[in-house]
Ligand binder design. Structure first.
Ligand code: ZN
Length: 283
């Protein structure tokens, strides 16, 4: 099953991508794709609802804004330096244990919304990543059971302001959390519908291919990450884990290259769709 959301910011509605039909609204189902939905067997209930009531699910107009694929979660837990080539390009070393940081949930936006540079930004950078959406409360989960806790996967971009991240007093969170720094989607693919352990992910800036790798190159796999993170905090249904980015970010180039107004960032993951942002100046 493929879930998406549509409509203006703050008034999003749930939808489904249905093979042979297209984008349909499931607003009549009456639940958004958040903690309560994922935590109450919502995926199975939604599948049943659509099978029984396709007549209540009109097509979504082509002019609708595609919204972030999930409702705002309790947290975004992100993993740093989780591809060997990226760890080395940043001048760091390959970690022996996952590097974790948080990303503000207010950074979430739709997959085609503009990226707005934060005030004072000179070093805004791109990071295509595989996102994992948690399906049920996860606490001290064993690696062998970890995939039972996955609702599905999403495409996302972990936009990062490198000066704020690295030169402004420490802690990644400042550089990761500006508004529009977490486009999610275009859709969520449920865990039973994709094997995300070896899919291609790529990113282009103004048409130039900058990142091109596969999720099989992750240092710490999705089950390892869920086991590891849930040993430090409880993951709630709907929470998002951003699994890390491969080589090819602007910071790793010689000389470094950062985003400026009117740049266009396009990226995708096989099976999880593609997204596109135009960069706009700070307000
Ligand atoms: Zn990242």
């Amino acid at each position: 099953m493929k879930l998406f959301r549509f409509g203006p910011a703050g008034a999003e509605k749930p939808g489904l991508v249905v093979d042979g039909v297209g984008l349909v609204s499931v607003a009549a189902f009456g639940e958004d794709y958040g903690e309560a939905f994922f935590g109450s067997n919502g995926l199975a209930r939604l599948a049943r609802f659509y099978a029984e009531h396709p007549d209540l699910c009109p097509r979504v107009g082509a002019d609708a804004r595609i919204a972030p694929a999930i409702a705002r979660p309790s947290k975004i837990v992100a993993v740093g330096l989780n591809y060997r080539d990226h760890a080395l390009e940043t001048g760091g070393t390959v970690p022996t244990e996952p590097v974790l940081f948080m990303k503000a949930t207010t950074a979430i936006c739709g997959p085609y919304d503009d990226l707005q540079l934060p005030r004072g930004s000179l070093k805004t950078d791109w990071e295509v990543e595989l996102g994992v959406v948690i399906g049920k409360t996860a606490r001290y989960v064993a690696r062998e059971q970890a995939m039972d806790y996955v609702a599905g996967f999403v495409l996302l971009n972990d936009y990062s302001e490198r000066e704020f991240q690295k030169e402004r007093g420490g802690q990644f969170v400042k550089g990761k959390s500006a508004d529009t720094f977490a486009p999610i989607g275009p859709f969520l693919v449920t865990a039973n519908a994709i094997d995300a352990s070896d899919v291609r992910l790529w990113l282009k800036v103004n048409g130039e291919l900058c990142q091109d790798s596969r999720t099989s190159s992750l240092i710490f796999s999705v089950p390892e990450l869920i086991a590891y993170i849930s040993g430090f905090m409880t993951l709630l249904p709907g929470d998002l884990i951003s699994t890390g980015t491969p080589a090819g970010v602007g910071l790793g180039r010689k000389p470094p290259r950062f985003l400026k107004p009117n740049d266009v960032v396009e990226y995708g993951i096989d099976g999880l769709g593609e997204a596109r942002q135009t960069v706009s100046a700070s307000d």
